[in-house]
Design a protein around this ligand. Structure first.
Ligand code: BJ8
Length: 427
C-alpha cells in the first residue's frame, strides 16, 4: 500500500453510508489513535504499516473489498472466532470481522436492545442502524453463531436489516456436541456455496487453510517475542496487530507481521525494549477488544506497566490453534476445521477449565507479574467465569485485578486509580 489522498465519499455513498455521521466518526479516530499509539516511545519500525492501515481504515481496504466483489467475489461478515475463515476464502470470499469497539448511535440501538446489553453488541447494532460501517454495508452475508444469549437474539433483529445466517454452536464439548458442530460446518458450506455460486473443493480449501494458518503462525511469532525482558513491543501494538487481522488482506498482513516478528526477535537478542526491564508485566484476559477499544491497555501502559499477553479473542484465542493441513479429502479437511474451531475456549462453553489453564500457561511463559481480567459490563459468561479464574490465578501466585467496563470514558478516572494501586502490588 502507499500513501494516497483519494476522496472515498462517492464509494461510501454507493454503499449507502450516512456520510455526515460517518465523517463525524472518522474524524474522531485520528485523535484517539494519536493519544493511545503515537505517544509511545521506541515503537518497532514495522508498526508504521499499522499506522497506515488505521489511517485508511474505511478507505483503501473497503476499496479492495468493493473491487473484489466487482470481480465476482463475496464479502462475508462475522462477529465471532467460531466462523471458519478457511471455508469463506476457499469459496472466493473475504472474511471481515464486524465487532465494533466504540459507542455509536446507542439511542437508536436501545430502541431495539435493553440498556443492559454489552457494549460489543450494542455498538455493532448502533453501527448498523447508524449506517456508519462500510464493512457491514459491503457484506453479502453476515454469519452469526449461537454463543451468548445477547448475540443470539441480536442476530434476529439484525436479520431485519441484512442477510444473516446463524450457525448453532454447541455449549459443551462432548462427542455429541462435536457431531452437531460437524453438521453445522457442512451446513455453512452449503450456505456459502449458495451465496458464492461456487462449489467447495479440497485443493482450494487446503490452500486457504495454509494461508490462514500462515497468518496465525506470524502472530504466534510476534507474540512469542513478548516473553523477552524488556518487552520488545507494547501490548497496545500487539493488540492492534490482532485487531487488524480480522479484516486485512491475509497474505499482505502475514508478510508485514513476519517482518515485525523479525524485528522483535532482533530487539530481544539486543536487549531493546519499549519499557524498562523492571516494569511490571501484565497479562490481560477476558472479553474481546475491537478497534478502537484500546482503553485498558492504554491505562495500564500509561501507568508504567507493559502488557505482555492477551488471552482474548483479539489475542491468543485468535492465533494459537492451527488447522491440521494434512488431510487430502474434503471430509478430512472439514473434520480438521471442526476440531480446531471447537477447541477455542470461550466462556460461552461449560465447563471451560481449559481457558484458565491457558491463562496460567501464558502468564508463566510470558513472565507476567499479574493478571487483569477485563470483561464488558453485562457479559454474564465472562463476568461469572472470572470468579473461578481469579481463584485459580491467585492459587498459582498471581495477583488479579478484575475490571468490568464498557466503551465510555466515564470510568477512566476510577479505573486509573485501581490500575495504579494494582501495579503498586506488582512492583
Ligand atoms: S468466541 S468471546 S467472539 S462469543 S462480550 S457478545 S460473549 S455478552 S464476544 Fe465472543 Fe465469540 Fe466468545 Fe470470542 Fe456476548 Fe459477552 Fe458481549 Fe461477547
Amino acid at each position: 500500500m502507499s500513501e494516497n489522498t483519494v476522496d472515498y465519499h462517492p464509494m461510501w455513498e454507493r454503499l449507502g453510508i450516512d456520510l455526515e455521521a460517518h465523517d463525524a466518526l472518522l474524524g474522531a479516530i485520528p485523535q484517539m489513535y494519536a493519544d493511545a499509539y503515537l505517544t509511545q516511545s521506541a515503537r518497532p519500525g514495522g508498526m508504521a504499516y499499522f499506522d497506515f492501515v488505521i489511517s485508511e481504515i474505511h478507505g483503501l481496504r473497503i476499496k479492495e473489498l468493493v473491487d473484489h466483489k466487482a470481480a465476482g467475489g463475496t464479502v462475508i461478515g462475522t462477529f465471532c472466532l467460531y466462523v471458519p475463515e478457511e471455508i469463506i476464502r476457499a469459496l472466493g470470499g473475504l472474511c471481515v470481522g464486524l465487532c465494533a469497539g466504540a459507542e455509536w448511535a446507542y439511542d437508536e440501538a436501545e430502541r431495539y436492545l435493553p440498556r443492559t446489553t454489552c457494549a460489543l453488541i450494542k455498538s455493532a447494532m448502533g453501527f448498523k442502524l447508524g449506517r456508519v460501517c462500510p464493512y457491514a454495508e459491503s457484506a453479502d452475508l453476515v454469519v452469526g453463531e449461537t454463543t451468548c444469549d445477547g448475540k443470539k437474539k441480536a442476530y434476529e433483529l439484525l436479520a431485519e436489516m441484512c442477510p444473516v445466517y446463524v450457525m448453532e454452536l454447541p455449549q459443551m464439548k462432548r462427542a455429541a456436541d462435536r457431531a452437531l458442530w460437524r453438521g453445522e460446518i457442512d451446513r455453512l458450506v452449503t450456505k456459502l456455496e449458495e451465496v458464492s455460486g461456487r462449489t467447495l473443493d479440497v485443493q482450494a480449501l487446503k490452500a486457504a487453510t495454509r494461508e490462514v494458518n500462515d497468518k496465525r503462525r506470524a502472530l504466534q511469532r510476534l507474540n512469542a517475542a513478548r516473553a523477552a525482558r524488556p518487552a520488545p513491543i507494547s501490548g497496545r501494538d500487539a493488540l492492534l496487530a490482532v485487531q487488524v487481522a480480522f479484516y486485512d488482506d491475509v497474505p499482505r498482513f502475514t508478510q508485514m507481521v513476519n517482518a515485525i516478528a523479525d524485528e522483535l526477535e532482533q530487539r530481544a537478542a539486543d536487549g531493546v525494549g519499549v519499557a524498562p526491564a523492571e516494569s511490571p508485566r501484565v497479562l490481560i484476559t477476558g472479553t474481546p477488544m475491537s478497534i478502537p477499544n484500546w482503553k485498558v491497555h492504554t491505562l495500564v501502559e500509561q501507568a508504567g506497566a507493559v502488557v505482555v499477553g492477551e488471552e482474548l479473542c483479539t489475542g491468543s484465542r485468535y492465533y494459537e490453534q492451527l488447522v491440521d493441513e494434512s488431510p487430502d479429502t474434503l471430509d478430512g479437511m472439514l473434520d480438521a476445521i471442526t476440531d480446531k474451531y471447537l477447541d477455542i475456549d470461550c466462556a460461552c462453553f461449560t465447563p471451560n477449565a481449559a481457558r484458565t489453564d491457558d491463562v496460567l500457561r501464558m502468564a508463566r511463559d510470558l513472565h507476567a507479574d499479574g493478571i487483569i481480567h477485563q470483561a464488558l459490563q453485562f457479559c454474564a459468561p465472562y463476568q461469572i467465569e472470572a470468579t473461578s479464574l481469579e481463584r485459580a490465578a491467585k492459587d498459582a501466585g498471581y495477583p488479579v485485578l478484575r475490571i468490568d467496563t464498557d466503551y465510555s470514558a466515564e470510568d477512566l478516572g476510577q479505573l486509573s486509580t485501581r490500575v495504579e494501586a494494582f501495579l503498586e502490588v506488582l512492583q
